[in-house]
Ligand binder design. Structure first.
Ligand code: WT7
Length: 635
């Protein structure tokens, strides 16, 4: 028997040891006992971190939607699979049973087929958090098409870049979206994006806000009439274990976004197994993750992981502040939510509001509360623990990444004793290593270094779409034969891990991963700008906010600096999206650079954080005098 559901700390250690000593035996048992396969694998694992190449369950045949839907029909077909809570509470929730989900996915899959989508084709999905979003992912998976979801807060430009990078021929969107009291013209954003995407021949449009939009004849079609006519039966495409399931873009520290490719079998096994353990999901529980399906958290822990376990997964369309700051807790009470998974930035925002918003609601159904996306600070951890968990529901601080596909370091609730700000212990099968700057592994406890993983786990991304070299350079080149995460971490005296934050040029703002280079590129597009540098600085709610140092082509060009600041943020909104806007913009006559021309971001980071001490040795700079000028004008 494998240990699918870990209940005690000794059991965790025992299973962990087995997963490290005999990884193939271990992962074979998990796959064998908990999933349905058309054909079993020939080989559990092939790996080479130098090439790099990783294959799990090679030779196996399956369809992930059979595991997420069909196999639950016989026993629990009437159970709610997706519980949809709309933006406006008065609209009322929708309960979509496994049987109904089956029918909706099949119909949608047939619509895709009718529109020429075949196995291996890429489908771009740009939708708000409505049921069609989850259904469209599964419909792609049903027919073996590769979905590429783009978060519906990204700008037309960012959308176009992603559509073109993976050569999507079809886009699924909606007329618009609700966001609190606002509506957003999603279809308008798609129309602008598609001016730069000659390859797109079809746009399927879900109706959500009933706005008056333009439909381009020959290209755009309303989704609902097509679904109404489609057959409710669609045989699943039989996929190879290593066939791509989806592409999801994440920002890199340089250049264009990286299309991380996740494949079928390993991703399914790992997300399902981690979901079960990290949330201790039981039969009749209602599970809620507040993330957007546009991010990996939503892919793995709203859609695939929960559905593979036959769970009820709640999908929320709205925002935590609408109609008021009690919305999350109102939903927990209304649906008797048992597991609640959110981001530190949301916790901090809600902690700033009146405690009455939390106290008003009955949260006694909660059993496990989770955190993801960035380090959770001690204050936020305690607020969450005291007011939401009521000191009885354990907090699972789950560390992972788009690239890892599933949770990597986290407590298991009711198993691993928690400590604020610690992600605690590696999950089963995960072998972390901390490395020093020279590339040596730091053995033993009480060490701090760069966080690597030295052995493959089933849901590691297999490549970057269209650029395997970049995959190798980004993740497998910093440290020989190890996957480098880009994060720093420490291991304390008891072996617990604490993630200390990014060590590269990625900045996490409100839990969103932002690369500095694309933002700087957007700023530099402004006519008046010569060059710029972005750094993060601590922010009460967002965790980090962005501070931009901007050098103008003509020193006197900032005659109306506030206007210029607005224009710069407008450029960023157009190129990337409002999430990447700068909180502070300082105009400077130059940036501190090394003799080889590299911007000394370390100095800029300290100035942005108002820490003017220990700026280090600035005498080696090409232009040491600039440092004092920047300090004098800092915000
Ligand atoms: C980066 C990955 C994983 C889904 C959401 C973000 C940071 C994530 C934690 C945590 C400290 C965390 C890391 C990581 N991060 N979770 N519990 N504690 N840091 O996915 O956008 O790919 O970002 O988020 O820096 O590398 P992502």
């Amino acid at each position: 028997m494998s240990n699918y559901n870990i209940k005690h700390l000794e059991e965790y250690f025992k299973v962990y040891r087995k997963s490290v000593r005999e990884p193939e035996v271990f992962w074979e048992e998990i796959a064998e006992e908990h999933f349905s396969w058309h054909k079993k694998w020939d080989k559990v694992l092939y790996w080479d971190f130098e090439k790099p190449e990783i294959k799990w369950y090679e030779g196996a045949k399956l369809n992930i939607t059979e595991n997420c839907i069909d196999r639950h029909l016989r026993m629990t077909g009437d159970k709610t699979a997706i519980l949809f809570e709309p933006n406006n509470p008065d609209e009322g929730a929708q309960h979509i049973s496994y049987r109904q989900l089956h029918e909706r996915v099949n119909k949608f899959a047939n619509v895709l087929k009718d529109n020429g989508v075949r196995k291996g084709d890429r489908v771009c999905i740009y939708l708000p958090m409505i049921p069609e979003l989850a259904v469209s992912l599964l419909a792609c998976a049903r027919i073996g098409a590769i979905h590429s979801v783009v978060f519906a807060g990204f700008s037309s430009n960012a959308l176009a870049t992603r559509i073109n990078d993976s050569d999507c021929k079809i886009v699924i969107t909606s007329d618009g979206s609700y966001r609190g009291a606002k509506t957003i013209d999603l279809k308008g954003i798609v129309d602008v994006a598609l001016e730069d995407c000659p390859g797109v021949h079809t746009v399927l449009v879900a109706e959500r806000i009933h706005s008056d939009i333009k439909m381009k004849p020959g290209r755009d079609q309303w989704l609902q009439p097509l679904l109404d006519q489609a057959s409710p039966e669609c045989e699943p495409e039989i996929m190879d274990a290593e066939d791509p399931l989806f592409i999801l873009y994440t920002s890199g520290s340089t250049g264009k976004p990286k299309g991380m490719v996740h494949t079928t079998a390993g991703y399914m096994v790992y997300t399902a197994y981690t979901f079960k353990n990290m949330f201790r999901y039981e039969e009749d529980d209602v599970y809620w993750c507040t993330a957007d399906i546009g991010w990996i958290t939503g892919h793995s822990y709203i859609v695939y992981g929960p559905l593979a376990n036959g769970a009820t997964t709640l999908m929320f369309e709205g925002v935590p502040s609408y109609p008021d700051y009690g919305r999350f807790w109102e939903i927990v009470e209304k649906h008797r939510v048992n597991q609640f998974y959110t981001a530190p930035t949301a916790i901090r925002a809600l902690a700033k509001e009146n405690l009455g918003y939390v106290e008003k609601y009955d949260l006694s159904s909660l059993k496990v509360i989770g955190s993801v996306g960035e380090p959770i600070n001690e204050e936020a951890w305690h607020w969450y623990n005291d007011n939401v968990g009521k000191k009885k529901s354990p907090i699972v601080d789950t560390w992972w990444q788009t690239e890892t596909g599933g949770i990597m370091i986290s407590p298991i609730p009711y198993v691993t004793p928690t400590i604020p700000t610690y992600a605690t212990l590696p999950f089963i099968g995960v072998q972390p290593a901390l490395m020093d700057e020279k590339g040596e592994e730091l053995k033993g406890n009480q060490v701090e270094g760069r966080l690597c993983i030295k052995y493959p786990w089933p849901s590691i991304a297999r490549t970057i779409w269209g650029n395997h070299q970049r995959y190798k350079d980004t993740y497998f080149s910093a440290f020989a034969k190890k996957y480098f995460t880009g994060d720093g971490a420490l291991r304390d005296a008891t072996g617990y891990y604490r993630i200390t934050g990014r060590v590269d040029d990625v900045i996490i703002v409100s839990g969103h991963n932002l690369g500095t280079a694309p933002i700087e590129d957007a700023i530099n597009e402004h006519n008046a700008v010569a060059e710029s540098a972005i750094v993060g600085f601590p922010h009460d709610i967002k965790g980090n906010a962005l501070y931009g140092y901007v050098v103008l082509k003509e020193a006197g060009a900032a005659r109306n600096p506030d206007n210029l600041r607005k224009e710069i943020n407008q450029k960023i909104t157009e190129r990337i999206g409002p999430i990447a806007k700068l909180d502070k913009i300082q105009f400077a006559t130059g940036l501190p650079k090394t003799r080889s021309g590299k911007i000394m971001r370390r100095i800029l980071r300290k100035i942005a954080a108002k820490d003017f001490t220990n700026l280090g040795d600035t005498s080696t700079l090409l232009n040491p005098e600039i440092v004092q000028e920047i300090i004098d004008n800092a915000h």
